[in-house]
Design a protein around this ligand. Structure first.
Ligand SMILES: Nc1ncnc2c1ncn2[C@@H]1O[C@H](COP(=O)(O)OP(=O)(O)OP(=O)(O)O)[C@@H](O)[C@H]1O
Ligand SMILES: [Mg+2]
Length: 337
């Protein structure tokens, strides 16, 4: 029987799949749309197509985001979604269904029961063999940090639902935490801001565009963006000009809380590792690391060097992909549990 080795990350915002020998073959929103009630299991769209229906659905369509705050909250919807993605990535050349083995990225600190939820979701999506590794360790591997040395590095992953922080040494986590702060909360805060200051009801997709186009941590940025939505007074279509300095004041408090989480982890480190972290600096990944000014903000707030690698949102899936061809490192990581 043919064997297909893959890596999977099921994030709050995006699901990614890496196929051994091919690299990342899929990165799609973790969103599924059903015709009627989800329990009838009539899938209308998955991934990007379902994401585009958010906030625009006709009465008979229900859009579900099965991962909340980094964890699978709706296993049934999640397994239906993953099945569709797996079908999509299967090479056409297979005549018979291959035996699929996967390295799966998971949030830190799952209970046995919660790990079983992940296992059940993957098993129901045609995956026969599953090896789970924490996303934060995968992120460090993805950006080539020397995780198996005594000075493995400190990594922060800012996702859509959760921010994880961990310091690594000898292929394990020395000290780490997860806080439920991520892009989704920031999107909601921008929507509330537009309603409060401009009397404009802005859609979720618009809020995300604002964040990616004029989002910044520099208080004196001068960019502007005109957005449309519903005028809350007239109930007609309205527009507002948002300033990046205002967007900064909405987003900054979330990054301040992330800074606090990093600070608390640094304080808990054994002195030798803390001094290594001060020497090597810290690495920020995940989609939320793309915000303008993050390196400067964290470097000056924490008095150490903070680095954002290129394409930070791919760090965890790339790390999982690297483990597919590095059995030695994978065994070393698994032996730390
Ligand atoms: N330029 C940007 N500025 C701020 N946030 C951004 C930017 N680009 C993307 N994001 C946000 O990054 C988040 C997605 O990041 P990522 O793909 O790492 O999340 P995820 O892995 O799906 O979620 P999680 O790890 O929380 O389960 C979204 O909230 C998205 O809006
Ligand atoms: Mg993630």
């Amino acid at each position: 029987m043919a064997v297909l080795e893959i890596a999977v990350e099921i994030g709050t915002s995006y699901t990614s799949i890496f196929v051994s020998g091919n690299g990342i073959v899929l990165r799609e929103p973790t969103v599924i749309a059903f015709l009627g009630e989800p329990k009838q299991k009539k899938i209308r769209a998955v991934g990007q197509a379902a994401y585009e229906m958010l906030g625009k659905t006709p009465e008979k369509t229900t859009v579900v985001c099965p991962v909340v705050d980094g964890f699978i909250a709706d296993p049934e919807a999640c397994s239906l979604l993953l099945r569709e993605f797996i079908k999509r990535i299967l090479p056409q050349s297979y005549i018979f269904f291959p035996k699929i083995k996967a390295v799966l990225g998971i949030p830190t600190g799952l209970t046995i029961e919660e790990r079983r939820t992940y296992e059940d979701v993957l098993l129901s999506a045609y995956i026969k063999e599953i090896t789970m590794v924490e996303n934060i360790i995968l992120s460090a591997i993805g950006i080539d940090l020397p995780v198996s040395t005594t000075c493995g590095g400190l990594v922060v992953n800012i996702g859509g639902g959760i921010t994880e922080v961990a310091a690594m040494s000898l292929s394990g986590v020395v000290s780490g935490c997860g806080v439920t702060i991520g892009g989704n909360l920031m999107d909601k805060a921008l929507i509330d801001f537009a309603a409060g200051k401009h009397n404009l009801k802005m859609g979720l997709n618009t809020a995300r565009k604002v964040k990616t186009e004029i989002g910044t941590l520099y208080e004196n940025d001068t960019a502007e963006m005109t957005v449309s939505g519903i005028d809350l007074q007239t109930k007609n279509i309205g527009t507002a000009k948002l300033k990046s300095s205002d967007v900064c004041s909405v987003l900054r408090p979330y990054y301040v809380r992330i800074r606090d989480a990093i600070e608390s982890i640094i304080k808990m480190l054994p002195p030798e590792i803390a001094s290594d972290v001060y020497k090597t600096g810290i690495y920020i990944v995940g989609g939320g690391a793309n915000i303008t000014g993050l390196e400067k903000f964290l470097s000056s707030e924490l008095s150490l060097n903070a680095y954002v690698p290129e394409d930070p949102e791919y760090a965890a899936i790339l790390g999982a992909g690297k483990l597919l061809s590095n059995r030695y490192l994978l065994d070393e990581i698994l032996s730390q549990k």
